[in-house]
Ligand binder design. Structure first.
Ligand SMILES: NC(=O)c1ccc[n+]([C@@H]2O[C@H](COP(=O)([O-])OP(=O)(O)OC[C@H]3O[C@@H](n4cnc5c(N)ncnc54)[C@H](O)[C@@H]3O)[C@@H](O)[C@H]2O)c1
Length: 250
């Protein structure tokens, strides 16, 4: 049990990587706040995980809701040791084609959300004598992909913010690291499959992005997040753990 007696918040835990992380954390002994702005998804995940999980409908862009999420962890489970800032989403567009509203939205969910959640979580984690923050970045911050200007910029910001937070909060005994997934099958790709003209070619294209010739599963990233969250990574802070089948090594 790597997370016995630990309390964790996981944002974006209604689906994909966040849901897999919530399940893994509970299996490793943690009590978990399953946080997502999709209330139905939260209910489903919590029903599966039982009494060591509590649901929280939260929009990570909203400071008041985020503070209430942290307060819930403290009132329900007695404190907070870990936050996984995982909520995020992508959007197509170059700087020329993306609409200003979409730009603001992508930066708000992926980057401002990490700031707000960390802002409210740090005092609670400090009060426990320290802990761990894990941010979900992306392997694309090490290169780029076409037609995703806002998303690439936002995730680059997450990687840089992770290093800044690591410097600021080592004094509080709070380690801050990020995980950088490659292509991980998720609802996003399920939706894309219904929209692309040739689904087989689309899937083969995704697989071809990595030297390993396949995409990953949410559990592949959950395992990396677990490592960064638990004491096995006790000397790691300010780092980014890439889990992408070798894609960033091309
Ligand atoms: N799947 C991939 O290939 C991939 C690759 C690199 C990085 N990532 C990152 O991993 C993280 C998880 O992605 P996933 O693939 O599991 O996606 P997903 O769509 O399956 O899950 C994301 C969850 O975040 C929630 N969410 C979105 N906006 C929110 C908001 N404002 N407030 C609260 N919750 C919100 C959604 O409701 C959803 O449940 C994201 O940050 C994503 O950018 C994913």
């Amino acid at each position: 049990m790597r997370l016995s007696d630990k309390v964790a918040i996981i944002t974006g835990a209604g689906a994909g990587i966040g849901a897999a992380t919530a399940e893994l954390f509970v299996n490793e002994g943690a009590r978990v706040v399953v946080a997502d702005y999709n209330a139905d998804a939260v209910e489903e995940v919590v029903a599966k995980l039982g009494s060591n999980a509590v649901g929280c409908k939260v929009d990570v862009r909203d400071s008041t809701e985020v503070k209430a999420m942290v307060d819930l962890a403290v009132s329900k489970f007695g404190g907070l040791d870990i936050i996984v800032n995982n909520a995020g989403r992508g959007c197509l567009g170059t700087v020329e084609t993306i609409q200003e509203d979409d730009w603001d939205e992508i930066i708000a969910v992926n980057l401002k959300g990490v700031y707000l959640c960390s802002k409210h979580a740090v005092p609670a984690i400090r009060a426990r004598g320290g802990g761990s923050i894990v941010n979900t970045a992306s392997n694309i911050v090490q290169f780029a992909i076409k037609d995703r200007a806002a998303y690439v910029a936002a995730k680059g910001g997450v990687a840089a913010l992770t290093r800044a937070m690591a410097l600021d909060h080592s004094v509080d005994n709070i380690r801050v690291n990020s995980v950088a997934p490659g292509v991980i099958w998720s609802n996003y790709y399920n939706k894309m499959l219904t929209q692309v003209p040739d689904p087989d070619a689309f899937v083969n294209g995704l697989k071809a992005r990595a030297p390993m010739g396949r995409y990953g599963e949410p559990l592949d990233i959950a395992n990396a997040i677990l490592y960064l969250a638990c004491d096995e990574s006790r000397f790691a802070t300010g780092s980014m753990l890439t889990v992408d089948g070798g894609a960033a090594a091309w």
